[in-house]
Design a protein around this ligand. Structure first.
Ligand code: BDP
Length: 335
């Protein structure tokens, strides 16, 4: 009898210990990360580095599988909404579609806001950038802003020459699912087209559904769009950072502990510099490759740039209202 009591006590103690451990540490979980870019693209390389670091630092408790080239979600809005309901744990997306769910993000992607990549990074790595990243989670969007990545600047590529804002008149231009970008095209006299994922732009241009789109050198090149839209006007209307997102619900449902979430956040931050370095290389490589293929690259004059700036100025009234102080602080960092 005494022996049996001892066995019961020991068993109870062991199960208490196991339970306590389970409550603070995640068990082995495998989570998905969605990415629209191909292997070898700077963001995909950074996603893989993130996955490697997380597995190492959580000692295998959290494994991340990267699904590149839009195989999981071809449209970033799809990935974002899946994360909100816990169907996908991570996605690396552009901050542009995220602004539909976290409108505060519009401010850091206003047209002609930054003088250079360095200017943007001063903002993103400073107080404003951190507040914006924290704001993603605090806004109750169900998303966690993990870190920023570089994405250069976006310019128009079309099947007809575009040199100034008025040349967009009558052209159907694909934009990301973003109200602000839709407005920007309208203000230039074009017709904005949304709902086309980045992997479907090529065929949409080929079939005449759209006359062009807008993006950076690496996307213009890696998606092959340069083959069907020969004209690239380097107006650099926006610098939209990439953002690595986590899903509050997916991490909770998978039982990832708070301490492992802290590790995940730290690992993401560590991959930022990695991506920026890869970005610089790929940006040059893509530009050289496209130029070598004889595409018609237009470097707008100051007056032509001003035509775009004047046309899109009302965006500041609409999307900058209430954020005048942040905008002024962002501008000041560029001086
Ligand atoms: C690229 C971004 C990617 C977006 C794409 C787009 O890296 O996240 O999906 O633009 O225009 O620059 O949809």
């Amino acid at each position: 009898m005494k022996k049996l009591t001892t066995v019961i006590v020991v068993l109870a103690l062991v199960s208490c210990m196991v339970f306590a451990k389970g409550a603070t540490e995640s068990k082995g979980v495998t989570l998905k990360l969605s990415e629209v870019h191909v292997e070898g693209y700077p963001t995909t390389m950074a996603d893989r580095e993130f996955a490697r670091l997380v597995e190492e630092r959580t000692e295998g408790r959290v494994k991340i599988e990267v699904y590149s080239n839009g195989t999981l979600y071809g449209e970033e809005t799809g990935a974002i909404e899946a994360m909100q309901i816990g169907d996908c744990a991570f996605a690396r997306v552009s901050a542009s579609p995220v602004a539909s769910y976290v409108p505060a993000l519009n401010v850091i992607q206003l047209p002609y806001l930054y003088n250079s990549a360095d200017h943007m990074w001063k903002v993103l790595n400073g107080e404003i950038g951190q507040a914006m990243l924290d704001g993603v989670e605090e806004s109750g969007s169900g998303l966690i802003g993990l870190c920023w990545y570089d994405s250069g600047s976006r310019s128009f590529y079309t099947t007809k020459p575009v040199h100034q804002a008025s040349d967009l008149r009558g052209l159907k231009i694909r934009v990301q699912n973003s109200e602000m970008m839709t407005e920007l095209i309208r203000l230039c006299g074009g017709t904005p087209i949304t709902g086309i994922g980045p992997n479907d732009i090529y065929s949409a241009i080929q079939q005449g559904v759209i006359d062009g789109a807008e993006n950076n050198w690496p996307t213009y090149y890696s998606k092959g769009d340069y083959e069907v839209a020969k004209y690239y006007c380097l107006d650099a209307h926006t610098r939209v950072p990439e953002i690595l997102l986590g899903s509050v619900a997916a991490l909770k449902n998978a039982g990832v502990s708070d301490s492992d979430i802290a590790i995940i956040k730290a690992c993401a931050k560590e991959t930022q510099e990695f991506e920026i370095a890869a970005w610089k290389e790929m940006e040059k490589e893509a530009e050289t490759a496209v130029r070598a293929r004889g595409n018609i690259i237009h470097e707008p004059t100051l007056a032509q740039i001003r035509s775009f700036q004047d046309a899109v100025a009302p965006i500041y009234t609409r999307y900058g209202a209430g954020s005048e102080e942040i905008i002024a602080r962002i501008r000041a960092l560029g001086n």
